[in-house]
Design a protein around this ligand. Structure first.
Ligand code: GLY
Length: 254
């Protein structure tokens, strides 16, 4: 059974962190509706949705992916790069403690889960504004007993590594070559995003389904042309906060 850990939309989301985007008004009512539909989509694909309550004091807390990396062997609670986001980990830690042994990323390390792309035993960690080299060292120490290899990835012009590259099928990645070097992912078949949609590389792959935003139709056509069948979700309000479909959940086997 897959669990999808989510967290409700904060009424304060208009005060979210922004790094690469200009602030635009977020319709909180619409964001909440989109979030409900997102959770329903995950449930329809077989996930048990474990929904944490919204927190009015934590503007970005709907982006639960950044707070923890959950593998079969361990859950790693992050130390988010934006100080405003660090209190988000408290509720997530309590929720995950029932499912996994916990390991903690500690200062001076900073790590956002959105920077962590796990491909088999290879753990790629984006080295941008949110995740630093101390986090690489700590992650390697935590994961080494289980045979994982952690490597840093340079990227630019995007918030997180998973803004630039995500897995969309066994052996296949969706990637923006302007933001991350595709040759780093040896042995993976790379589908490039449509050049008119630079922010289109964030997808959420479940066991039997690919969840994908409706607002990037040109890249979606590329996925369909490659034989994939993305299930569309509306996340316009989350995109305004620099969030994508992977950001709004942590998926793990119970
Ligand atoms: N607004 C998402 C983030 O900056 O973390």
């Amino acid at each position: 059974m897959l669990i999808a850990l989510t967290r409700g939309v904060s009424p304060a989301m208009n005060r979210c962190e922004l790094t690469h985007l200009q602030r635009r008004p977020i319709d909180i009512v619409l964001a909440d509706r989109q979030h409900q539909a997102y959770q329903a989509t995950l449930a329809a694909q077989g996930c048990t949705v474990l929904a944490l309550a919204a927190d009015a004091g934590l503007a970005d807390s709907v982006f639960v992916e950044d707070t923890a990396i959950v593998l079969d062997e361990v859950a790693i609670v992050t130390r988010p790069g934006a100080p405003s986001r660090r209190p988000e980990t408290t509720a997530v830690t309590l929720a995950l403690a029932s499912y996994r042994h916990l390991a903690l990323i500690e200062a001076p390390a900073t790590l956002d889960g959105g920077d962590v792309l796990v491909l088999g035993r290879d753990v790629f960690v984006g080295q941008g504004s949110r995740s630093n080299a101390h986090a690489l060292t700590q992650l390697q120490t935590i994961l080494q007993p289980w045979g994982y290899t952690v490597r840093g990835v340079a990227m630019h012009d995007c918030l997180h590594l998973k803004s630039a590259v995500t897995r969309v099928a066994p052996g296949r990645l969706l990637l923006n070559p302007a933001w991350v070097d595709a040759t780093l992912f040896q042995g993976w078949d790379v589908i490039p995003v449509h050049p008119a949609e630079p922010a289109a590389a964030n997808a959420l792959l479940l066991e039997t389904a690919l969840i994908y935003p409706r607002h990037t139709p040109l890249t979606r056509q590329r996925l369909v042309a490659e034989g994939l069948m993305p299930i569309g979700v509306d996340i316009s309000e989350f995109a305004k906060a620099e969030g994508g479909v992977s950001c709004c959940s942590i998926i793990f086997a119970a």
